[in-house]
Design a protein around this ligand. Sequence first.
Ligand SMILES: Cc1cc2nc3c(=O)[nH]c(=O)nc-3n(C[C@H](O)[C@H](O)[C@H](O)COP(=O)(O)O)c2cc1C
Length: 153
Amino acid sequence: MMKIALLYGTETGNSEILCDDMKDKLEADYECSIVSLGDATPSELDPKAFHIFVTSTYGNGDLPAGAATFYDTLTDEKPDLAGIRFAIFGLGDMVFDYTFAQGSEKLMTALKQCNATMVGERGIYDASSSDMPEDIGLPWLDGIMPHIMLEDA
Ligand SMILES: Cc1cc2nc3c(=O)[nH]c(=O)nc-3n(C[C@H](O)[C@H](O)[C@H](O)COP(=O)(O)O)c2cc1C
């Protein structure tokens, strides 16, 4: 069974709950794990797993505080993540205008600069909309899964 590692960055839990919802959807077909970016290290990402990053945005378009060390390790140490495949989904709030969902954008850019391979488009959820994160996140997941299969075959 192929492994899927769900990694979240959160301040108030929404990104973690969305990872739980994604896991519920995936776990019949994949071996899923969920870990906080606060407990993850770039060099310990598993090349055999497909990675799904889910993170919100805080401060001035930054990652949540708990994910800062993971991000700083990517940008400061530039570990070689060739062979690591990932997709990324960001939570944000349009009220914040020009910093909207920039935490996930920064993480995406840093992962790519470390040679990780991105699959699909970055998904984005706007907390000022009337949708729940899973209303946007689960259809996004449906959209990327076929690409994971194709590249895995
Ligand atoms: C103090 C504060 C600052 C925030 N700053 C931003 C921001 O700069 N850009 C953005 O898109 N969203 C911002 N948000 C919105 C959160 O990213 C959004 O509510 C998200 O759904 C929270 O997810 P979480 O519970 O996983 O942390 C901010 C929210 C708070 C409370």
